[in-house]
Design a protein around this ligand. Structure first.
Ligand SMILES: Nc1ncnc2c1ncn2[C@@H]1O[C@H](COP(=O)(O)OP(=O)(O)OP(=O)(O)O)[C@@H](O)[C@H]1O
Ligand SMILES: [Mg+2]
Length: 429
């Protein structure tokens, strides 16, 4: 386990104070000196009978929120969700749901009023809104100064370059002719173009082979970042979790395989990765988190180059697909540690439980009824763990994932692939 930062004894920590009716203050940790039925902070998140737990406010109702909520249940945490629709993945399972638009400040303010801390399922909340919430006194974790680097790939590249973090050659480009000029600077086409905001699962990323092909990305009217096309051997992710008081834990570096721009398989740890390079990647992620002031889970997506270097692709400041294996393969999952971090609780052990864990995403296929496949999958592999998101099955849509683990990588890979393929319907025996 890699940890950094001071380990403060719990007793050393200043207990947060709360104001209760009539202006008295009390100790939120011990409950002494205050009304026993009242929750910590402004939320009133208390259970009847005097037990108090904080309310974690999650913006965004996708599967990451659903699984973060799940991780908070054993801790007795209260969870409040701001979701686009009542049908979203997390909205189906959280009982305190506000349906509303995260781009609207009034909606966010109303939502935040019932929360002790705000965290995220995605990075799209406008930064100025997050600053407004902070000014209202609501802890936002990760905070806007960190989150902007996951929201805007141009800002991220500029800051990482400033920090000396290894990146592909890049620059913001103004139009197709500028892309052609950039291509000349980096040794010719093809180059990669990315809209600086709003991309996911490869949407918003183009491989461009000529000046003519470079027109498309500019149509959205969003600034465009050009990058050299890295000739990588594989993609890796260095995942860490950092808490406000500076404790941090690093998970083993994983290999992440994409198919058509969508994460398909994650292998933990990355097979054959030299210890030195793995350590370098973990330290890089820890350093980025500390420099940017990240709180919670940080995924640093990396390229491993043919000449044995690592380059940063992008940052995600929330639980991440490359960390789903930790649910069944690590002592403390990314979701559990994200929750601990945003509440500034001591972080849990990130070490793996088995020599190998493999995660495969389950994409929608031609069979809408995936439940029918459970019988075969579970009977075939009693160690298999299925995680479904409650989403309607549509071709190519991420609707769940499976985790398997064991001592033999080939066997673990085969079991995970078989289950994901069987659930999707591409394997029928
Ligand atoms: N500079 C590059 N050189 C080569 N391949 C790249 C480059 N940048 C991105 N890619 C490929 O495109 C994929 C998607 O890029 P990126 O991660 O920036 O986009 P995204 O849509 O925000 O990602 P995500 O799927 O993580 O949401 C990468 O995983 C990688 O396979
Ligand atoms: Mg990515």
């Amino acid at each position: 386990m890699l940890t950094s930062g001071p380990f403060r004894r719990l007793g050393d920590r200043t207990s947060p104070s709360v104001t209760v009716g009539g202006g008295r203050t009390g100790d939120a940790r011990t409950g002494r000196g205050r009304a026993r039925t009242r929750g910590p902070g402004p939320s009133g998140g208390g259970y009847p009978g005097g037990v108090t737990f904080p309310v974690v406010g999650m913006v965004g109702g996708g599967q990451l929120a659903r699984m973060t909520h799940e991780a908070g249940i054993p801790l007795g945490l209260r969870f409040k969700l701001l979701s686009d629709t009542p049908q979203d993945s997390a909205a189906q399972v959280v009982n305190d749901v506000v349906v509303g638009d995260y781009r609207d400040l009034d909606t966010l303010r109303d939502f935040a009023r019932g929360c002790d801390v705000i965290t995220f399922d995605h990075e799209h909340v406008p930064i100025e809104h997050l600053r407004a919430l902070e000014a209202d006194g609501i802890p936002v974790r990760p905070g806007p100064d960190a989150l902007v680097h996951a929201q805007d790939k141009g800002v991220m590249r500029a800051r990482l370059t400033e920090l000396g973090a290894p990146c592909p050659r890049h620059r913001v480009v103004t139009g197709p002719a500028d892309v052609a000029a950039f291509a000349t600077e980096v040794g010719g086409f093809p180059v990669i173009l990315k809209t600086v905001r709003g991309g996911y699962d490869g949407k918003g990323v183009w491989v461009v082979r000529s000046e003519e092909e470079a027109e498309e990305p500019f149509r959205a009217g969003v600034p465009v970042l050009a990058e050299e096309k890295v000739d990588f051997v594989r993609e890796l992710a260095a995942n860490i979790v950092r808490s406000p008081h500076g404790q941090a834990v690093a998970y083993p570096v994983v290999e992440s395989r994409q198919v058509d721009g969508v994460c398909d398989t994650v292998i933990a740890p990355a097979p054959g990765l030299p210890d030195e390079l793995a350590g370098e990647a973990q330290l890089l992620a820890l350093r980025i988190a500390a420099e940017l002031g990240v709180v919670g889970h940080l995924a640093v997506e990396l390229f491993e180059t043919r000449d044995g270097r690592i380059l940063v692709n992008e940052l995600a400041m929330r639980p991440h697909n490359s960390g789903h294996w930790t649910q069944d393969g690590a002592i403390t999952s990314q979701f559990a540690n994200h929750v601990r971090a945003v509440l500034d609780l001591p972080l849990g052990d990130p070490r793996p439980r088995a020599p190998w864990t493999v995660m495969c995403n389950v994409l929608g296929g031609d069979y809408p009824d995936m439940y029918a496949a459970y019988l075969h999958c579970m009977a075939r592999d009693p160690q298999l763990k299925i995680h479904m998101y409650g989403k309607d099955v549509k071709p190519g849509r991420k609707v769940g994932h499976v985790n398997t683990y064991g001592d033999d990588l080939d066997d673990v890979l085969e079991r995970a692939r078989h289950a994901a393929g069987y659930l999707r319907g591409t394997i029928t025996e």
